[in-house]
Design a protein around this ligand. Structure first.
Ligand code: G
Ligand code: MN
Length: 222
């Protein structure tokens, strides 16, 4: 209500060309006295207070007011997925190239899987976020209509350092191809990580190498 929230956008790029494929919209809080409050700090507080659906719905209302040529990704928290108001909030965004990101945590509660299928049937591509960080349940990838998954940045951090992280990245890529799920490597920060991902066949990436989450003006006119 004080207007301190805003949306930042981070590109997801085609690894072969470096061209931007889509953007992830991320909520940011700028406090008048304390400056930028990290989402790592305010998201858990909003979750505990039960206010996170309010925030997620606010983001959907903001996105409904803009049109973009490229697809947009938005994050939905576990509570929002189950919230009665979600379908209403998404209605104006039908046919708008909006992809919905969910983590495994969102799928733990009863009713969550049915809701995810409903969203997919409404025409919204559903993206499994931070894959590999939780239980990395194969059942979710196999049994639910995910059209995309994002590999947790912990694995990308191991490129060139940890052969096991590299093995995991290759195995997840092979799996995604068999399941026909698009795959994004998250947390790409260095050129050598980009080169490695390209060389093993990854086609999409996201990370500080191509851009931090930034306000729309900076994204449009860098
Ligand atoms: O869980 P999810 O993938 O939605 O998290 C997105 C968060 O990851 C954002 O808050 C963003 O600031 C952060 N992030 C994005 N790219 C990078 C990166 O290359 N390195 C690190 N450390 N964090 C990143
Ligand atoms: Mn995300």
């Amino acid at each position: 209500s004080r207007g301190e929230f805003s949306l930042h956008y981070q590109p997801i790029v085609n690894l072969a060309s470096g061209a931007i494929e889509s953007f992830e919209a991320l909520l940011r809080w700028r406090h008048p006295e304390h400056g930028w409050i990290s989402p790592v700090d305010f998201i858990p507080v909003a979750e505990e207070a039960g206010l996170i659906p309010e925030l997620d719905l606010y983001v959907l209302r903001a996105l409904a007011q803009m049109t973009t040529a490229l697809p947009l990704h938005v994050n939905l928290s576990p509570q929002t997925l189950l919230d009665e108001r979600l379908l209403l909030g998404l209605a104006p965004l039908k046919g708008r190239n909006l992809r919905l990101e969910l983590t495994e945590h969102a799928l733990a509660s009863p009713g969550a899987e049915a809701r995810l299928k409903e969203l997919s049937c409404m025409g919204f591509p559903v993206v499994l976020d931070d894959f590999g960080q939780g239980y990395a349940s194969l059942r979710l990838l196999v049994g639910l209509p995910f059209s995309m998954a994002k590999v947790d940045r912990g694995f990308v951090g191991g490129i060139g350092l940890d052969p096991k992280a590299e093995a995991a990245l290759k195995a997840v890529l092979a799996l995604s191809r068999e399941l026909e799920i698009a795959l994004v490597a998250e947390g790409v920060e260095r050129e050598d990580q980009w080169a490695w991902l390209r060389s093993v066949g990854y086609s999409l990436g996201q990370g500080y190498l191509w851009g931090r989450p930034a306000p729309l003006e900076e994204v449009l006119y860098p």
